[in-house]
Design a protein. Structure first.
Length: 354
């Protein structure tokens, strides 16, 4: 059995979506799959192996071959390519292209989810907790007379913050036939926008609805966000993963009324799909950043890039993961600028957003 969930970017509404603001969220082309196998053995075990895709070295090698193929001297090209293919460096790079590297493994007891062995105790404890909560939501899972093998495959580095946790929660929930929002609430917490992105293949408006003091639901609508200026939008990795669960807990602990800010952020979220110019888009995301910065009592990320021509917006938990760039600079100039800041992971909008 194979399950697949999309990664996510939260374009608007970070933090305040937890208080009821309407957010604009973007499902991604990159995500995570989960394969579940029933093994012949029956030792009361769950075997778990997690992998992530590594493509950088292989892509560089592929680019070399493509550039060589454009030369006029076909025989020279053939000789060079033949030598390259025979080299140990090429073989090593080729084996990495579109391959998956292991980043976590564990063996758990399928009855009480205790850890039998692992290469990462912290991750194993988190996995044990997730499966315990999943079992509580559906007591019929893990009752068959065989061992289980779970294999997860991320399309991105787990440090990027594109949804390694949310895609895992959604995939497990799909397999266990339980409500993914309930599983999220009992494990990582959060608004649930990332779970919604895992399921949808287009931009969405997302809102948390409080139907009773202790009861919430999710309102999800299709968002016709397909900017005509998408060639001017980029996503840049800030260099380290932010702890979303910790950020959520810290924000929710603030005893403050955000009604005015929630109203403004919701209006911006609704307005963005209708914007036709890059200039207007930059204006709205600047206002969004100023509102959020005031709520968090933090500086805007833009202030750390004073010589950049364009606008910059944080995505999701501030201080880590990816940020949005809107600029009239061409791709080469954008990448050169951020490379000078030691930020060399840059995606064009159309290359990563569904």
């Amino acid at each position: 059995m194979l399950y697949k969930s999309n990664g996510k970017f939260l374009l608007t509404g970070e933090y305040l979506v937890l208080k009821g603001a309407t957010a604009l969220a973007l499902p991604l082309k990159k995500g995570q799959s989960l394969e579940v196998e029933n093994l012949d053995s029956n030792d009361g075990l769950i075997h778990w192996d997690a992998y992530y895709k590594t493509t950088d070295n292989g892509q560089q090698t592929t680019d070399i071959v493509h550039s060589l193929s454009s030369t006029d001297n076909r025989q020279q090209t053939t000789d060079i390519v033949h030598s390259l293919v025979q080299s140990s460096e090429f073989k090593a790079q080729s084996s990495e292209f579109n391959s998956h590297s292991p980043w976590f493994s564990a063996v758990l007891d399928k009855n009480d989810f205790s850890i039998k062995s692992t290469d990462d105790k912290e991750k194993a404890e988190r996995l044990s907790d997730i499966l315990t909560k999943a079992k509580a939501l559906n007591e019929n899972i893990f009752t068959e007379a065989h061992d289980y093998k779970f294999s997860t495959h991320l399309d991105f580095d787990p440090q990027w913050g594109l949804g390694s946790s949310s895609t895992l929660i959604n995939n497990i929930a799909e397999w266990a036939e339980i409500n993914p929002y309930k599983l999220l609430d009992q494990t990582f917490k959060g608004s649930g926008y990332d779970i919604a992105c895992a399921k949808y293949n287009h931009p969405i408006f997302f809102e948390v609805m409080r139907t009773a003091p202790q009861a919430i639901s999710q309102k999800i609508e299709a968002a016709n966000f397909d900017p005509v200026f998408k060639d001017n939008l980029y996503f840049v990795y800030l260099g380290h993963k932010q702890n979303s669960a910790r950020e959520i807990k810290a924000f929710l602990s603030k005893d403050k009324n955000y009604d005015s800010e929630i109203k403004s952020i919701s209006e911006i979220s609704r307005a963005l799909p209708n914007i036709q110019t890059l200039r207007d888009f930059c204006y709205f995301i600047k206002i969004h950043e100023e509102i959020t910065a005031a709520c968090l009592e933090q500086k805007r990320l833009r202030k750390y890039f004073n010589d950049f021509e364009g606008e910059i917006k944080s995505l999701g938990a501030w201080g880590g993961d990816f940020f949005l760039v809107a600029t009239e600079w061409d791709e080469e100039k954008v990448k050169k600028y951020f490379d000078s800041k030691d930020l060399n992971i840059v995606f064009r909008y159309q290359d990563i957003v569904l």
